[in-house]
Design a protein around this ligand. Structure first.
Ligand code: ZN
Length: 253
């Protein structure tokens, strides 16, 4: 079997494309947040502190951030670690999509990743999840299942378990433990996962990652409200990519 193009070139291309989308996801998060404050951002990228329009060469994903060491060329204000995190991580996710999935799934998963990453940035920055974006992720989730011979009982259990737990946590803790939107986010994540075992692993993995992240944070600053959305989203993609591995080595029963 000879692929028309060497896989390595596909992976490099996927990573670059993903990092461009990662940069775009950040801009979209800012744009949506600006709208909630009735501000309108210009059509081109500007520095968030001095409002100077960015030159094209200061707008190259990952590379520009590294050259400028995360600071604006004009006002030297910090751009933020989230920007480069978004570019690298979405680059890796796009790479993962092309490495672990057939080409028919690429558009569905790329669009889903794109929307999830706007949510991830938004939640990490402002601790909220825009509801219309969460509802939007339901479309790729449902399409994904339609294309992969769905197990309706599995999907039902996954949704009931994951969205159910987060709804109950939200309801009984009065938003102290989890945010009000987390259970809506869990709806599409649970549909993507498509079975109870994966939903269970999602819950463990997201909590594990959040604990890893939060442990040093709680030492640095005592009060810290942790946004849970990013961990749920990252866990979803880890499970989707390592599905076969999980099925072989963890869910062997
Ligand atoms: Zn600036």
């Amino acid at each position: 079997m000879n692929l028309p193009i060497e896989p390595i070139f596909i992976y490099i291309f996927a990573f670059i494309l993903g990092s461009i989308f990662g940069s775009f996801a950040c801009c979209q998060a800012w744009r949506i947040h600006a709208k909630t404050e009735n501000k309108e951002l210009g059509s081109r990228s500007v520095c968030m502190s001095c409002n100077k329009k960015l030159k094209w060469y200061d707008n190259i994903p990952i590379i520009s951030w590294l050259i400028l060491r995360g600071k604006c060329r004009n006002c030297k204000e910090k751009i933020g670690v989230l920007e480069i995190f978004s570019e690298i991580s979405l680059g890796l996710v796009f790479l993962g999509i092309s490495a672990f999935f057939e080409i028919t799934f690429w558009p569905i998963l790329a669009i889903a990743a794109m929307i999830y990453w706007i949510l991830l940035i938004y939640d990490a920055k402002w601790g909220e999840l825009p509801v219309f974006l969460m509802l939007l992720t339901l479309f790729p989730a449902i399409l994904f299942q339609i294309f992969s011979s769905p197990n309706f009982l599995g999907i039902g259990l996954s949704v009931a378990f994951l969205a159910g737990i987060y709804y109950l946590l939200f309801f009984f803790s009065k938003e102290k433990l989890v945010g009000s939107g987390d259970w809506i986010l869990c709806l599409s994540i649970a549909i993507f996962l498509g079975n109870f075992s994966f939903a269970l692993i999602e819950l463990f993995l997201a909590n594990f990652l959040a604990t890893l992240y939060a442990a040093p944070m709680t030492i640095i600053k005592k009060t810290h409200k942790l946004s849970f959305g990013p961990f749920l989203i990252i866990s979803l993609f880890i499970i989707l990519f390592f599905k076969d591995w999980i099925n072989t080595y963890i869910l062997f029963f």
